[in-house]
Design a protein around this ligand. Structure first.
Ligand code: ATP
Length: 429
């Protein structure tokens, strides 16, 4: 884990947030390469869940919603963690994360557990009174339920159909940590898939399988992933069933995504609290009912961390140690890097021309500093899957070498076939 964190800082994937002011507990900033990686993770999700399907549409809703939303959803009353304080060192812990009754830091006595609501509270407008209290959303899901009727009326979707959203959520976590794994603001990638009651079990099966396979297809080793069903006493108040996709992080198996059968709980509650009818009329069955909801809820930051950790590798090339991120080409921040072998004979100009052409299609890096071996190493370390070298022969016959980060093979091909070849390799199944 430490190696990944160091690499992230050194190469500009992730920086400690507000670092020049000493940082702010577990707030993190994505740097130039990190922002590309995370965008690619979100893009892969969006393509798979929203634009790649004809039964799902997207949404991008406001972070601050009407406070009644959180009454209806149950968050105001129940979105809490049990909190204990150490009477000696004053540190705070989640009661369910400390074993015994003594402080894990100093051994001091702990207070009784009290419930702490994880929602960030704020005020809308200039008046700071109870009538103006609002919350930063702790999940994106509720805006999909609140917009259920809007989507139904403005699209021609029929059950089963889904609404997908990627967006920021906020939770005032008592003990954030483990780098990107648990922070107080993070991005979620959530799908609310509305189905006929009675067909919920089959869709629940479908989605947990589909979501597991998504991580595998994007390169995570199957044996470092598992599906863990929730025990009865672990289930949220609204859920009939829930299973977590977990990854074997260096700090232990931990949740990447939860897939829950939320039943008709949310639509019913919002109907009740808003007074608006959120039922669905099933023309085929000639009946009106509240659809059931299957929810795959993933975290963009947690999956980015899993992709990074899983891709991290160290091996040896020509007697030299190298660090390599074996990221799936679709996730890699740069898809390729272009190098002139020599800094003379017109090679840099030729390489820059190729770089400019490729850059119109996907993110590409250009590097002419240092030995070619060192330049390859620099790209391996940030996961760039392909290296393109312009050399003496390029100047004669217009061919370049294409090096593969993982297989370490090199092939020669005409430069005008590069785009096509790279697209095929990036999109590999
Ligand atoms: P945990 O038990 O780890 O607190 P959770 O079960 O409360 O997570 P959900 O409410 O199911 O999480 O949220 C769905 C997804 O959102 C999680 O699987 C995770 O990927 C992401 N997520 C939730 N909380 C955080 C956080 N504090 N930091 C980063 N990602 C988060």
């Amino acid at each position: 884990m430490e190696k990944v964190v160091n690499l992230c800082k050194r190469r500009g994937f992730v920086y400690p947030g507000s670092e020049i002011y000493g940082g702010l507990g577990s707030s993190l900033d994505y740097g130039p390469l990190g922002v590309e990686l995370k965008r690619n993770v979100k893009e892969a999700w969006w393509r798979e869940i929203v634009t790649g399907r004809d039964d799902v549409v997207g949404l991008d809703a406001a972070v601050i919603m009407h406070p009644r939303v959180w009454e209806a959803s149950g968050h105001l009353a129940g979105f809490t963690d049990p909190l204990v304080d150490c009477k000696s060192c004053k540190q705070r812990f989640r009661a369910d994360q400390v074993a015994g009754t003594r402080c894990p830091e100093c051994g001091g006595e702990l207070t009784e557990a009290r419930q702490f609501n994880l929602m960030f509270k704020t005020f809308v407008g200039p008046v700071e009174d109870t009538a103006h209290v609002a919350y930063l959303r702790p999940e994106t899901a509720q805006s999909m339920f609140v917009n259920f009727r809007n989507v139904l009326e403005t699209s021609r979707l029929k059950l089963p159909f889904g609404i997908g959203q990627i967006g920021r959520s906020f939770r005032n976590e008592i003990t954030p940590g483990n780098f990107l794994f648990r922070t107080r603001e993070f991005e979620q990638m959530e799908l609310e898939f509305f189905v006929r009651p009675g067909e919920d079990e089959q869709w629940y099966d479908y989605w947990r399988h589909a979501r597991f396979e998504w991580y595998v297809r994007l390169g995570i080793a199957r044996d470092r992933l598992r599906l863990r069903p929730h025990a009865g006493d672990e289930l949220a108040h609204y859920a009939k069933g829930c299973v977590d996709v977990e990854y074997a992080f260096p700090f232990g198996w931990s949740e990447l995504e939860g897939i829950a059968n939320r039943t008709d709980f949310d639509l019913k509650r919002h109907s009740e609290y808003s007074g608006k009818d959120l039922t669905y009329f099933d023309e085929e069955r000639r009946e009106r009912y509240f659809p059931y909801v299957i929810e795959p809820a993933a975290g963009a930051d947690r999956s980015t961390l899993a992709f990074l950790v899983d891709a991290y590798d160290e091996d040896e090339v020509e007697g030299e140690a190298r660090i390599v991120l074996r990221l799936h080409p679709r996730l890699a921040p740069y898809k390729a890097a272009v190098f002139p072998l020599l800094r003379k004979d017109g090679q840099p100009e030729r390489a820059r021309r190729i770089y400019d052409t490729l850059r119109r299609h996907f993110p590409v890096d250009y590097d002419q500093a240092g030995s070619i071996g060192r330049r390859y190493r620099r790209q391996d370390e940030v996961g760039t899957p392909f290296g393109i070298t312009v050399d003496h022969d390029t100047m004669k016959d217009g061919t370049v070498t294409l090096r593969d980060r993982d297989a370490m093979t090199q092939v020669r091909l005409p430069e005008d076939r590069l785009v096509e070849e790279l697209v095929a390799r990036i999109e590999r199944p």
